[in-house]
Design a protein around this ligand. Sequence first.
Ligand code: HQG
Length: 182
Amino acid sequence: SMGKQHAETSKFLSYVLRHEPQAIGLVLDREGWADITALITGARQSAHELDEILIRSVVESSDKKRFAISEDGRRIRAVQGHSTNSVAITYTEKVPPKFLYHGTATRFIESIMYKGLKPGERQYVHLSEDVQTANAVGQRYGKPVVLKIEALLMHQQGFNFYQAENRVWQIYHVPSEYLSSF
Ligand code: HQG
């Protein structure tokens, strides 16, 4: 179905634009941009049939607005969520709301309360503005638990917060003293 093809294409785009561009010989610039023609050519060589119409349709219908197309229409990037070191997007710093939320699984709580929130494979820890989104994120890993972060207080104490184009908040580390269970 259309839905299934979209979901598979979205996963593939996340894989190459956030994590493993080299898997299809794709080069991303520091801001994460890839040439769409090169993406289609590289994908075809690894048996993924893409075309511009499908790519644009996935970008526009993405529930989380994961991707953006450049103004000239020639390039595409993932707006956040990267693990590849070849990308270092210049996010603008922003004052966060009083609280932000992070969804995780209960089995990670002990380690999180000891080390704070760490980015794992990705470049940043991801935080949400609402509890429902955080809960859905936590469900991906098991029994979910939502943590509340004293975001504005952290900002006042010198921590930098960045918000991506799709509203996802990002930070390098959240020490455990700013965390409580929601
Ligand atoms: C956990 C998806 C042990 C952290 C989602 C998380 C999100 C720790 C995991 C987005 C820890 C990292 C990001 C510590 C953090 N000890 N575990 N000290 N600190 N963790 O996938 O936030 O569909 O890199 O709680 O919906 O789960 O891809 O981050 O469980 O929006 O667009 O380590 O990815 O969006 O996992 O998910 P991830 P995340 P997309």
